[in-house]
Design a protein around this ligand. Structure first.
Ligand code: HEC
Length: 191
């Protein structure tokens, strides 16, 4: 019996320890959004290690716009925190605590013999959407890390509803999120 217990301990303990380490990793991920006080969002530092869900060039709702010149177009890159991505894969829903990041960059075209197309040059701004009903009353809150272009502020206050939430609520395909523009999320859901 003693040896049985000892063998059990030897085999089970490392597994238990590993589970704890994985568990704490997941916990850290769960807090993709960290706040100062009630609702001031700290800029997520590691979002470029998250899941990249899509990018666009010059995409915007603007009914009175003249055609933009290609050098004025802006790139947008969108990321989601990994635990929310996994939950979305399983359930097709964005869980509480989901964070989506939108990073914008200038577009550059180089006049170089034989080189076609445009590429991202400098990062210009950073925004976040956070799903947290308990904290905000609404399902989603929106943040813009306003500062100098390419140098986003360390913290952001929630933006007024009319500035962000309303357009997202009206035009986005799924739960305020523009999944119609994110092929990675659409593919995740099909699995
Ligand atoms: C007139 C419509 C409109 C308004 C107003 C708007 N957005 Fe968006 N937003 C979009 C569209 C369209 C996308 C899709 C991504 C893209 O443009 O490539 C998007 C995507 C995002 C994303 C990526 C996640 C998602 O929800 O799809 C974030 C974060 C975001 N916007 C933040 C903001 C913030 C912060 C504000 C207010 C300061 C704001 N938005 C105002 C249209 C809008």
């Amino acid at each position: 019996m003693k040896t049985f217990v000892a063998t059990l301990a030897v085999t089970l303990l490392p597994a238990l320890a590993a589970a704890l380490v994985i568990g704490s990793g997941r916990d850290a991920e769960k807090r993709a959004a960290n706040f100062e006080g009630k609702d001031t969002l700290l800029r997520p530092k590691d979002y470029r290690e998250w899941v990249f869900v899509g990018s666009s060039l010059g995409l915007r709702y603007d009914e009175n716009a003249d055609k933009q010149r290609s050098e004025e177009l802006e790139y947008k890159n969108v990321y989601i925190n990994p635990s929310a991505y996994r939950a979305y894969q399983k359930t097709g829903k964005f869980p509480q605590g989901t964070v989506l990041i939108l990073e914008t960059a200038t577009a550059e075209t180089k006049k170089e013999p034989g080189l076609q197309g445009s590429f991202e040059k400098e990062f210009t701004s950073l925004a976040a959407a956070v799903k947290d009903r308990e904290r905000f009353g609404d399902e989603w809150a929106y943040f813009h890390f306003n500062d100098k272009p390419g140098n986003p502020a360390a913290t952001a206050r929630p933006s007024p509803k009319a500035a962000c939430y309303d357009c997202h609520h009206k035009k986005a395909a799924e739960d305020n999120v523009f999944t119609q523009f994110y092929p990675v999320l659409r593919a995740a859901r099909k699995k």
